[in-house]
Ligand binder design. Structure first.
Ligand code: BDR
Ligand code: CA
Length: 311
């Protein structure tokens, strides 16, 4: 069955790889890409999404979304690991693909309102501002969503503060709205995405595919690996966001545990923490499937399989 999806993202090297995978794989009908401020400003994340689609020949409409979080300003943009453009590394030809005129939040509302109940899967790989805004503006969209497969959070440590991961910290109120919407969320958190490390050996492997997708992957990853090394001292770059798409293609890549997750929005120290009740201490409704383990071999096989589908 082909799954109708909307990718809500802030590209971003790992977001771009998620687009690359979902955009070509026959399991998906990518209805649209919505962009949000996160790794970079909204103008830059939109330009990056357009460049990726144009380079890959993906005929997917791109809708620009929220330029600021719902309530509290989040962390600064992530130049350290994604560069000044938000997608440093590749050199794209001049951009002819245009963003759509409709705002991403309006697009989400319009598309979901026209859908059947539980018809569309959302894949957020950035802060959840667009999705939360759409839910607040038009709560009837909630029943139209089949499920949410997102990158964000962590049941262990964060990467912006000891408690919080970037996408959640960047708009914790939005995450609060989405996690309390009643929609089931599969959460690809840092606990697994930090293990999806792209080492230089992976880049060499993908380079052998020798097509437009592998060229983009290689150009992105050479920068991303260097930046991660300079920032965190890591030898490999964590490909957080593609874990969402890899999970939908092959759920066996991950081990998932169902539990209740709350978003901390009141604490100073732990603002933006995803409190995953893995031991069912609260007996609250299990609103989340939290990824607790990843088979990295299967993960890279899935990435490679997608890249090979391009001409
Ligand atoms: C998340 O933050 C961004 O920098 C990445 O694209 C990913 O979505 C990881 O914390
Ligand atoms: Ca992202």
């Amino acid at each position: 069955m082909v799954r109708k999806v909307i990718i809500d993202c802030d590209p971003g090297h790992d977001d771009a790889t998620a687009i690359m995978m979902a955009g070509i794989h026959p399991d998906f009908d990518v209805l649209g890409i919505t962009t949000v401020k996160g790794n970079q400003t909204i103008e830059k994340t939109t330009t990056n999404a357009l460049n990726v689609c144009q380079w890959l020949g993906l005929d997917i409409p791109v809708y620009e979304g929220m330029s600021e979080p719902m309530v509290i300003a989040g962390p600064p943009t992530e130049e350290r690991v994604h560069g000044q453009s938000g997608l440093d590394g590749p050199h794209f030809p001049s951009l002819t693909k245009k963003k759509e005129s409709m705002h991403a939040v309006q697009y989400l509302i319009q598309t979901l309102m026209q859908a059947d109940d539980h018809e569309i899967t959302l894949i957020p790989t950035g802060p959840l501002t667009n999705i939360a805004m759409a839910m607040r503006l038009e709560p009837r969209i909630i029943s139209k969503v089949k499920e949410i497969i997102m990158m964000g959070g962590s049941y262990e440590n964060g990467n912006v503060t000891p408690a919080a991961e970037f996408n959640i910290y960047a708009d914790a109120e939005a995450a609060y709205v989405v996690f309390n919407s009643g929609i089931h969320i599969t959460m690809m958190g840092l606990d697994v995405t930090r293990k999806a490390l792209c080492f230089p050996s992976v880049v060499d492997r993908m380079e052998k595919i020798n097509n437009k997708a592998s060229k983009l992957f290689v150009d992105m990853m050479r920068f991303f690996i260097k930046a991660q090394h300079e920032t965190y001292g890591w030898e490999g770059a964590p490909l957080h966001d593609p874990c969402t798409v890899a999970y939908l293609i092959n759920p066996d890549v991950f081990k998932i545990k169902e539990c209740h997750t709350d978003i901390e929005i009141r604490s100073e120290q732990s603002y933006g923490r995803t409190n995953c009740d893995l031991f069912n201490l609260t007996d609250k409704v299990k609103n989340t499937g939290v990824a607790i383990d990843i088979n990295t071999e299967k993960f890279w096989d899935t990435v490679e399989q997608c890249l090979k589908m391009y001409d």
